[in-house]
Structures are given as C-alpha cells and as structure tokens.
Design a binder for this molecule. Structure first.
Ligand code: HEM
Length: 223
C-alpha cells in the first residue's frame, strides 16, 4: 500500500480522490452561499444548521485533510514532473498544441485559489469559530448573524470583492481541467466518457464560478 501511494500513479490517485471530494464540497458551499441572495433569515438558518449538525462537524476535519493532501501532492507531483521532464523541451512544444491553457497552469491556478482561501478563512471561518460575529434570533433560536458578517465585508471593500471574483474565476478554470481529469486518473473514462465528463465538468465549472463570483458583486453594486 505504502509502495502504491509513493508511486507516481498512487500520488495521482490521491490527488483525484481528494479533488473529487473538494468538488463536492464547493458544490455544497456554492448552494449554501446562493441562499444569501434570498435573505438574512434563510441564510442564517442554513448556516446555523451547517455549524451545529453532527455529520457536518465530523466532515470538517476530513475536509481540512482533503485540502492538505490535495495541496501537498500537487507540489510533490509538480516538482517530480519538472525534474523528470529535464532537458527534453521539444516534447513540451508538441504537447503545448494538444493541451489546454488550464491543464498547463493547474499549479498556478491552485496557488491563486490557495491565497484566496487563506484570506477567505481569515474573513469568515476564523471569526465564526473564534468570535467576532454578531448574533441574531430567528424563530426564537439564537444564532450567529453570518449574513451580516458576509454582507458587511462585501459592501465595505471593492478590492475584497475583486479578490473573491479572481478566486471564483481561478476555481472555474481549475475545475475545467480537474473534473474530467479526476475520472480519467481513476480509470472511469474512455473516448465516449471523456466527452461526457468534459461537458459535465464545464457546466459545473461555469455554475460554480458564476455563483461564487456574482455574490460579492451583487452586494457591492446592487444591494
Ligand atoms: C461568494 C463566495 C463565498 C462566500 C460568501 C463564502 C462564505 C463562507 C462562510 C460564511 C464561511 C464560514 C462558515 C462557517 O464556519 O459557519 C466559509 C467557510 C469556508 N469556505 Fe467559503 N465562501 C465563498 C467562497 C469559497 C470558495 C470559492 C471556496 C473554495 C475554494 C471556499 C472554501 C471555504 C472553506 C474551506 C471554508 C471552511 C469550511 C466551512 O466552514 O465550511 N469558500 N465560507
């Protein structure tokens, strides 16, 4: 087992499993965020459910592990591929015509998402966990007013909004390659299925990027 996980295909396997898990997470997170557009009570009730639900509490450390595995193995693979490629640069020129911009820049897209994520966790997650969030009462239940936390940040500073839009666009391009690639690595792909995964992945990437990107702009320019 340790031998498999240390092999090149083993590392790719861990990348794809953790990546698919993160793909599910961003879908759930975008769905929850879209409730911000409905109103404070709906969003706060949903956020309160997520913060207090036992299943979600169990999933939280697993999610953190998913991010850590995905990031560490991305760097290990990138570095070992760099050394393996060595001086054979002509091979790269041939590949350049067959690969997409996203696939060639996955590590850079990942780094942008990582920087975004660090700022994002400091903005919200840290405050929700360790204090700094106003409270509200909905239907007699006392809870965090996460709606006000999010909306007041998005209305205060256009640069934060633009960082969120950049994070959303980087995530969209990352998913554009990652979605079908994960299924390919797991062996769940052939010529026909590659087309299906690519189409589904592109639809998913656009919906996710649009949902994450439009929310800060809506609260800054419209609300
Ligand atoms: C409009 C954009 C976004 C908004 C309004 C938003 C909002 C939030 C809020 C309020 C929390 C704290 C939830 C809590 O602990 O109760 C949170 C946590 C988190 N967000 Fe976001 N988020 C956005 C985009 C993203 C994106 C693009 C990613 C991933 C690339 C992401 C990843 C995370 C992670 C990993 C956590 C910590 C785990 C959790 O609490 O669920 N977020 N977000």
């Amino acid at each position: 087992m340790a031998g498999f996980l240390n092999s090149s295909i083993g590392k790719k396997f861990l990348m794809s499993i953790s990546g698919l898990f993160l793909i599910l997470f961003v879908g759930l997170h975008a769905t929850l965020n879209s409730l911000l557009l409905i109103g404070p009570d709906t969003y706060n009730i949903a956020a309160h459910f997520m913060a207090t639900n036992v299943f979600i509490k169990i999933m939280e450390p697993i999610l953190a592990l998913g991010f850590i595995v995905h990031i560490i193995y991305a760097f290990i693979l990138e570095i070992s591929n760099y050394y393996k490629r060595g001086p054979v640069r002509y091979a790269m020129t041939v590949r350049r015509h067959q690969s997409t911009w996203s696939s060639r820049n996955m590590i850079w897209l990942g780094i942008i998402i990582f920087v975004f994520l660090a700022v994002h966790l400091a903005n919200f997650f840290w405050k929700v966990k360790f204090g700094g969030v106003p409270e509200t009462t909905v239907n007699g239940v006392k809870m965090h007013d996460t709606y006000t936390l999010v909306v007041s940040l998005f209305q205060a500073n256009i640069w934060i909004d633009l960082l969120y839009v950049l994070g959303a666009i980087a995530l969209g391009f990352h998913l554009h390659h990652a979605f079908w690639s994960a299924f390919q690595t797991l062996g769940w792909s052939n010529e026909k299925w590659r087309k299906i995964w690519t189409t589904l992945g592109d639809i998913y990437a656009v919906i996710i990027a649009f949902t994450f990107g439009i929310i800060p702009l809506y609260f800054y320019f419209v609300k």
